[in-house]
Design a protein around this ligand. Sequence first.
Ligand code: ATR
Length: 276
Amino acid sequence: LDHYLVVGNPIAHSKSPFIHAEFAKQTQQAISYEPLLIETNNGAFTQAIQAFQAQGGKGLNVTVPFKQEAWALVKQRSTRAERAGAVNTIGFDNQGNSWGDNTDGIGLVRDLTKNHGKSLNNQRILLLGAGGAVRGVLEPILQEKPACCVIANRTVEKAQTLARLFTDLGDISASSYTDLAGQQFDIIINGTSASLQGELPPLPDDIIPLKRGWCYDMMYSAQRTPFIQWALEHGAICARDGLGMLVEQAAEAFYLWRGVRPETEPVIELLKQRLR
Ligand code: ATR
């Protein structure tokens, strides 16, 4: 039996153990996958990871607030993780070396393109927020060759820093919320944490092209998120939350560890039923 963990703080409500148990059943892989709460004091994360590796653990998922620490800890990083500045998937090889990857962006892209049939190619994309969540998904989004990618953030400097960091990968720029006035975007992706406080980024009322625009919230919840609700009231033809992204990022991690691709659709369906 190969052992895996998901670590974070908080962690009790993580859906990852359920998702990976379903993947393991489906692909007949003998693994365990447990949640582990790690204290946020200095050094606790590194200690916990090293102890798990010493016990023979094969890999782990890392969630809030440890993805940057995970990035710093691993010996080797994939190119997408390198630029994301964050690692959500760690593996240990037989030589005792650790590698880190970030599967969040490919999870978002696959949910949109494969599950929802929405291509990002040649689309005008607006990303809301400039924190770790947005930085983590920028490279895979730009690889889809959108027409342009605008990052809007309350603190514009953070959006500008991100735009600079990814400028060689495509047409990417930064904006304040007020400067969005008069513009429209084919796809608007919410990567702010505003939903957590039941809040909304201050968007112009006419930013969604009527009956054509798509909206995506990287968050998910049992009820519609405030952003999804707003999108549907302002002309979006489709507004999806991040449940599919959660399952797709997990599937990519599972593939990296096990070399097998699980089917995600049945697991997304099961999760939807459990959320109801
Ligand atoms: P994460 O790693 O989850 O992205 P973060 O780094 O704290 O978390 O970033 C949160 C993002 O949500 C930021 O872009 C933040 O905007 P600021 O950089 O201006 O603080 C954004 N955010 C949080 N609450 C918001 C709100 N009520 N309205 C708009 N943006 C909000």
